[in-house]
Each structure stands twice: as C-alpha cells, then as structure tokens.
Design a protein around this ligand. Structure first.
Ligand code: HEC
Length: 311
C-alpha cells in the first residue's frame, strides 16, 4: 500500500513539474536555439516513421514523363524556392531562419517518391512545411515530385528553361472561378502565344519575346505608341522587361475569341512590386490581337493600361 502511495506521489510530482515548467516560461521556444541532440534524434525518428507508415501504400505514376516534370517546375519555382532554393542560389532569408531548417532540394535527391508526395501533400507539423494538398490536386503534386528527382543535377539554364515553358503556377484547387476564363477551344493556341510572349518578356529574353510578334505590330501603352517589333524591342521593351522581372504576376480574368485569321485575347492581371520599399499592387489590363500565319499566331497589336490597386 505504502509503495502505491509513493508511486502515485512521484507521478503527481512529475505532472506538476511539467506544468510548472510550461507555466514558468523557462523553456526557450526560440527558433535560433537548436534542440538538444537527443530531442532532435527523437523528433527525426518520429517524423520518418510517421511518414514511412503513411506513405507505404502510395503508388507513383510514371515520373519520367517530361510534361509532368515541366509542369512541376513552374509550381516549384512559384511556391517552394523561398525555403528549398533553386540551382545557383545557396540560401534565402527564410531558409536560414527556419528551424527545423528546410532541406536544400537542389542538393538532396528525393529518391523516395512516395515519401516526397506524402510530405508535400500533408506537410509536417511544427515545421514550416505546409500541407499543399489543401490547395493542389494530386497530379500537380506528382509533377513536383517528378521535378524534384531531377533537380539535384540540374544546371541553372535547364531550370530556367523548364520554368519558363511550364505554363507557370497552376494547381487545380483554389484557382479563379471557371467563368473568369472565357477561352473557347479554338482560341487556346492564341492565348498560349500571349502567355509565351509574356513569360519571355518577364524573363528578359527579348529575342524570344520578339519571335511572337508580327514585324508590323502596333503597341499602345501609357498614352504613346510604337509601330513595329523593332521599334518596341529596341525601345520600351527593355523597360517593360525590367519592370516585370521585379514583379509577382497574378493572372486574373481572361476572354479570347477567334474570327477568320484574327484572334483577340483580353487579360486582366495583378502585379505586385516593391515601390520605395513598400509592397504595391498594380492592376493591369491588356488586349492583344493576333493573326494566324504559316508560323502560327503572331501578335499584331497590343494595348496595355494599368492603374494602382490596393496593396
Ligand atoms: C515556409 C517554408 C517551406 C515552404 C514554402 C516549403 N517547404 Fe518543404 N519543407 C520545409 C521544412 C522546414 C521541411 C523539413 C521539415 C522537417 O524535416 O521537419 C520541409 C520538408 C520538405 C520535404 C521532405 C524532405 C525529406 O527529407 O523528406 C519535401 C519533399 C518538401 N519539403 C517539398 C516542398 C515543396 C515541393 C514545396 C513547394 C510546393 C515546399 N516544400 C515548400 C519548409 C518549406
């Protein structure tokens, strides 16, 4: 009997001890003070076993499919590089400050596809790793898994090429309402030409941007005009490219139509830039007219307008 009372007493003390420790604020929750080595080991094992058990029944699709890798590149570039970096970039302000620190995925090869898929979809508690399944369909997550398997060997040039031809950031859930995209089947290739022009311009690749333009393109912007591809590429294009390079582009409503050999594509978007150190939003609207030629759609007219949005 005496023994039982002793045991109960000790257990009670341990319990109170824990509460006292929590309440006293003695535990240092700071991210810049690492766990003890033992605590770290325990947490890593907890993570690895938890993921391994849950990922064991996941079956991967064909991850060598080039279009899947390409689609994954655009999403990775838009959502993951701040923490997991990209070829040619060694650290970011977020990556050095997070604890546990995010693995550098340009170095660490994610051979275990099921594990990568599970972690990306569900995230990891008490770390910065978000659960992307809340906003992304499975096929888009597989795209990033396929991309991550190639990432550790990737030269910065191949990385940029994949990202620029990926169709950007797209993931099924939480995207604009379908009615905001009014692009019939026969206008898709014209709309894709507009997107290619835009991403080449934003990448500062004026030569590639120029291949989407008709030599006699007329470009109206900011109350003025340019009346040939050469005039634009040697003039305002440089300024537009520099501006877009620093901006985060969020596509908005779009409508497109084809009539005979002409197509028009109207797009709205929001651009987020830093102006005098403050985040600033700019609402942009554009009309592009394209003409069908033997070499595909070429842009014959662009009209841009913009105004300040809410930051
Ligand atoms: C805010 C920072 C942050 C962002 C953004 C982020 N991650 Fe992570 N990620 C982490 C951290 C931190 C870990 C490590 C968690 C741990 O080990 O406890 C991690 C772990 C991972 C792992 C597991 C690596 C392994 O060893 O099993 C994968 C895969 C991964 N992230 C992929 C992604 C992808 C893909 C994206 C973009 C869709 C992304 N992450 C976005 C912080 C982030």
């Amino acid at each position: 009997m005496k023994a039982i009372i002793w045991v109960l007493g000790v257990l009670l003390l341990i319990c109170f001890g824990k509460f006292a420790l929590i309440w006293s604020g003695a535990y240092n929750i700071a991210a810049d003070e690492p766990h003890w080595r033992l605590t770290e080991r325990v947490m890593e094992t907890l993570r690895d076993r938890s993921v391994a058990v849950r990922a064991s029944s996941i079956v991967a699709p064909n991850l060598t499919d080039e279009s899947l890798i390409r689609a994954g590149a655009g999403n990775y570039d838009a959502m993951c590089t701040g923490c997991h970096l990209q070829p040619g970039i060694e650290q970011s302000e977020v990556s050095v400050g997070l604890y546990p620190s995010p693995p550098n995925l340009t170095r660490r090869r994610m051979d275990d596809a099921a594990r990568a898929f599970w972690v990306i979809k569900h995230g990891i508690k008490l770390s910065g790793m978000p659960a992307w399944g809340r906003s992304m369909e499975d096929e888009h997550i597989w795209g990033m898994v396929a991309f991550l398997r190639e990432l550790p060997d990737m030269a910065p040039k191949r990385y940029r090429e994949l990202v620029e031809t990926s169709g950007g950031h797209s993931h099924g859930k939480l995207e604009e309402e379908p009615h905001s995209h009014d692009v019939p089947e026969n206008a898709r290739t014209a709309a894709a030409t507009v997107d290619r022009f835009f991403s080449a311009l934003a990448a500062g690749d004026l030569k590639r941007a120029g291949t989407e333009l008709d030599p006699e393109v007329i470009i109206l912007e900011s109350g003025g005009g340019e009346y040939s591809a050469v005039e634009y590429l040697e003039g305002h294009a440089k300024h537009d490219a520099a501006f877009l390079k620093a901006a985060h582009h969020q596509p908005g409503r779009r409508a497109a139509r084809v009539s005979g050999d002409l197509a028009w594509v109207a797009s709205e978007s929001e651009l987020h830039v830093q102006k005098d150190g403050k985040p600033t939003a700019i609402l942009s609207a554009e009309t592009m007219v394209l003409r069908s030629s033997a070499a595909g759609w070429k842009i014959v007219h662009i009209h841009w307008s913009s105004r300040a949005g809410k930051s």
